[in-house]
Design a protein around this ligand. Structure first.
Ligand code: SF4
Length: 86
C-alpha cells in the first residue's frame, strides 16, 4: 500500500506580484539543500494569498510550510490546518 497524499483543503493560486514579497531568511535556509539557488531565486518572486495566515506570503514560505502538500499547475495543495503564527 502506498501512502495517499494528505487531503488538500485549499487550492491556492501562485502568482507573480509586481514587487517580490518579503521572504524571511529562515525559510530560505530551510530550502537550501532541497532546491538550487536559481530555483530559490525564482520562488522568492512568487507569492500566494495564504487562506490560513490571511495574507500574501512568499512562495518560499509556503513551500516550507507544514500545510504544503505539493505544487501542481501553478497551484498549491494546502492542508489548510491552523498555523501557530496565524
Ligand atoms: S501551505 Fe501554508 S503558506 Fe501555503 S497557502 Fe497553505 S497555509 Fe498558506
Amino acid at each position: 500500500m502506498s501512502d495517499d497524499p494528505p487531503t488538500a483543503k485549499y487550492l491556492v493560486d501562485i502568482f507573480l506580484p509586481e514587487k517580490a514579497p518579503p521572504t524571511p531568511k529562515q525559510y530560505v535556509d530551510e530550502l537550501k539543500g532541497v532546491a538550487g539557488g536559481k530555483q530559490i531565486a525564482r520562488m522568492k518572486k512568487e507569492a500566494v494569498a495564504c487562506p490560513v495566515l490571511n495574507k500574501t506570503v512568499s512562495f518560499v514560505q509556503c513551500f516550507a510550510c507544514p500545510n504544503f502538500i505539493r505544487r501542481v499547475k501553478g497551484k498549491v495543495d494546502c492542508r489548510g490546518l491552523p498555523l501557530p503564527t496565524a
